[in-house]
Design a protein around this ligand. Structure first.
Ligand code: IYR
Length: 218
């Protein structure tokens, strides 16, 4: 049975206004950077809640909303995550990653040490739900695509609220399920430390691809 419908509440604007907003949004997102040095300054009440609700507006396959966001603020749990992540990352940097991969990471200056997992006031673990909470019969569709879109919207929302993020991907990530005591149909996809950058935080001088490189017009 199709759902009842409601009028679509689109914001109408002039061509000038449209261009102005598009430019402003681009400039705003262009300032987002992955930050690896965090301060322990707390996040104001309510901000994470709103950003998660914003992420939850993402489109998803058959509107199944196949995501769950685990927000870790407890210092003991954060430390457990750091210890487990550093163990995996030690193996990654030691023997799991190819020489070419490590060369590609060199400009970013990453290594197996992850102090930000202790220091950032919150870690958001993005979970993909393989199926619904009701069981394997509650099918989900396009789970990775849906969760990827929601994660992008979450990063944009957090940036808009003046927060810094790090899209961290310790691999393999199954230790998170165990540390967090989550059920097997929740698969960790991303670990996002959130907070404020450390004083004098530096980021690599990256360059983003030009429009000519990222878009093809037909
Ligand atoms: N997960 C490792 C390695 C790593 C991989 C990629 I691809 C990056 O863009 C950055 C790091 C780590 O977090 O150190």
């Amino acid at each position: 049975m199709p759902l009842p419908t409601i009028p679509f509440d689109v914001e109408s604007m002039s061509a000038d206004e449209s261009l102005r907003r598009a430019r402003e949004f681009h400039a705003h997102l262009h300032r987002r950077r992955t930050v690896r040095e965090f301060s322990d300054r707390p996040i104001p009440d309510g901000v994470l809640e709103e950003c998660l609700l914003a992420a939850g507006t993402a489109p998803s396959g058959a509107h199944k909303q196949p995501w769950r966001f685990i927000v870790v603020r407890d210092q003991t749990v954060k430390s457990q995550i750091r210890i487990a992540a550093e163990k995996e990352e030690h193996d990654n940097y030691d023997w799991r990653m190819s020489e070419a991969w490590k060369r590609d990471l060199e400009p970013l200056g990453t290594d197996e040490h992850k102090p930000f997992l202790d220091i950032a006031p919150a870690l958001i673990v993005v979970m993909a739900l393989k199926h619904g909470d009701a069981g394997p019969e509650a099918l989900h569709y396009y789970v990775h695509e849906s969760v990827g879109i929601a994660s992008g919207m979450l990063l944009a929302a957090l940036h808009t609220a003046g927060l810094a993020t790090l899209t961290h991907t310790p691999s393999p990530m199954n230790f998170l399920q165990k540390v967090l005591g989550r059920p097997p149909h929740e698969r960790p996809i991303l670990l996002i430390p959130v907070g404020y950058p450390a004083e004098h935080c530096q980021v690599p001088d990256l360059h983003r691809k030009s429009l000519g490189e990222i878009a093809v017009w037909m």
